[in-house]
Design a protein around this ligand. Structure first.
Ligand code: FES
Ligand SMILES: [Fe+2]
Length: 426
């Protein structure tokens, strides 16, 4: 990859081609519980390199506005959230959830001046326990998102987020790279309560050289990883990638389906949203307990923050003896930090001019190409793939198929499931 191509793919600030593309999608911004009640404390939010403030007003309306006061640039994080607006704590200018200035108490009454003062603002809507925003032009906003995990009843779902200290792209690329599972996660797979016991795990561990086939879906990609079952059939793990950065991990047994949304904070940090959902049943008490304890693809956090307890400042609590005696392939504990540790180790933005891609990187290669194409075509007025809710209502699949069939056709009913259909899983 040339350096310019890497820049094109990894920069998502205002005015960049990839930034403009990301701004056409509804993206997770906050957990709903972060703004728990009317007039609760406002929150700083950094997304796509923009510094914003989120708040819930007296009437329960949600606002996401420029962090800095239109008067002289004070952070509205210091503001008073009261009587349907956020009041700057310096000279008392007050803004409503749309960013409109509604009061300038420091000046003689001047409605015109007040009206002229409007902060940049974005919509904030609640769905699936998450507050979503769409930071593009208002007249180009797509319908609300319908990813399955956000649409199932609340008892069927668990959502967490963690701060990952690197560019979104290298994090997301881990999410569509099925071949690392047999190495990086090899031991964790057999002991983690959200993974263990599935027949599919045996195939994962038996065949370390999966064959990849990648098929374009309307909203992204179906990434098929094929392994031999040992009895003349193929075990397929089919990951969903929905543009721009949503992934769904193929299920294991009856465990809930895992997925991620990789949302850029700025070019060197991202939010790793991690979801588990079951289409057919509520999560069990035991599952929820494990999820809350940071098992599966979730992670224990430093209390009061979204920074993992194991992080780059403590070398991810690397355990060299576990690495040596077989307790852990990498020595880092848990799927999420195994992933985050290797991905953050690439540096804040991986230098892709120095990489050497091989056939098992096929999913990554095609995803990059599709992102570039969508960003380029956006300039010509083409609506990006993955913005239509029908393209988001897809599911990851694990399935045994006969040899010689095209996985995307043979598994189509499972990849785009009808309402109320069971997981296709091994
Ligand atoms: S800086 Fe906000 S009111 Fe003056
Ligand atoms: Fe992983």
């Amino acid at each position: 990859m040339r350096a310019e191509q890497n820049e094109f793919l990894t920069r998502t600030g205002p005015g960049t081609p990839m930034g403009e593309l990301f701004r056409r999608y509804w993206l997770p911004a906050l957990l709903a519980e972060e703004l728990p009640a009317p007039d609760c404390p406002p929150l700083r939010v950094k997304l796509l390199s923009e510094r914003l403030i989120a708040f819930r007003d007296t009437q329960n309306r949600l606002g996401l506005v420029d962090e800095f006061c239109a008067h002289r640039g004070v952070s509205l994080w210091f503001g008073r959230n009261e009587e349907n607006g956020l009041r700057c704590s310096y000279h008392g200018w007050k803004y409503d959830v749309t960013g409109q200035c509604v009061e300038i108490p420091s000046e003689p009454d001047n409605p015109k001046l007040c009206q002229r003062m409007k902060l940049k603002s974005y919509p904030l809507i609640e769905r699936g326990g998450v507050l979503w925003t769409c930071m593009g032009p208002a007249d180009q906003r797509p319908p609300l998102p319908e990813h399955e995990w956000a649409m199932v009843p609340a008892p069927h779902r668990f959502v967490s987020k963690r701060w990952q200290e690197c560019n979104y792209l290298q994090a997301m690329e881990g999410g569509i790279d099925s071949s690392h599972v047999s190495f990086l996660h090899r031991h964790t797979m057999t002991v983690d309560p959200l993974f263990k016991g599935a027949k599919g795990n045996e195939y994962n561990l038996r065949d370390l050289k999966p064959h990849f086939e990648v098929v374009e879906s309307p909203g992204g990609l179906y990434i098929g990883a094929r392994r031999d079952t040992g009895d003349g059939k193929y075990y397929w793990r089919i990951t969903q990638w929905v543009m721009p950065s949503f992934t769904l991990i193929p299920p294991r047994g009856d465990h809930p389906i895992g997925g991620h949304s990789w949302v850029p904070m700025d070019d060197e940090n991202c939010w790793a949203w991690s979801t588990n959902h079951h289409a057919m049943r509520p999560l069990t008490h035991g599952e929820r307990e494990a999820l809350e304890a940071g098992k599966g693809i979730h992670v224990p956090l430093i209390p009061g923050t979204f920074r993992p307890l194991a992080n780059k400042d403590n070398d991810y609590l690397m355990d060299r003896s576990a690495q040596k005696d077989g307790g852990s392939f990498s020595g880092v504990e848990g799927f999420a930090m195994q992933d985050a540790s290797v991905q953050e180790s690439m540096g804040p933005i991986q230098d892709r001019t120095r990489e050497n891609l091989v056939p098992t990187d096929q999913g990554i290669i095609v995803a990059r190409r599709r992102l570039v194409k969508a960003a380029e075509q956006l300039g010509k007025g083409v609506t990006p793939p993955g913005t239509d809710p029908s393209q988001q209502r897809v599911r990851s699949v694990s399935i045994i198929l006969p040899q010689g069939v095209a996985f995307s056709e043979a598994a189509e009913a499972a990849l785009v499931p009808g309402p109320g259909s069971a997981h296709a899983t091994v």
